[in-house]
Ligand binder design. Structure first.
Ligand code: ZN
Length: 64
């Protein structure tokens, strides 16, 4: 009765941090994008930054 050794359906084991979700750009509080590109450290906290915000940060520069 073996059905092969495919490892399917273990999505519940995703052990991502609770940070995943929407963007938490400290400079733009209302951003709710979910296409997280990068994580930055801000005041000892890791924050997910979406693509849009990241681009903005890179091009305009911000005071860290
Ligand atoms: Zn954002």
């Amino acid at each position: 009765m073996k059905t092969g050794q495919k490892n399917v359906g273990n999505e519940g084991t995703l052990k991502r941090s609770p940070l995943r979700g929407c963007c938490r750009n400290p400079w733009r509080k209302k951003c709710e994008n979910r296409n997280i590109t990068v994580y930055i450290r801000y005041r000892g906290e890791q924050r997910p930054i979406c693509k849009t915000c990241w681009k903005r940060i890179v091009t305009q520069g911000h005071q860290w």
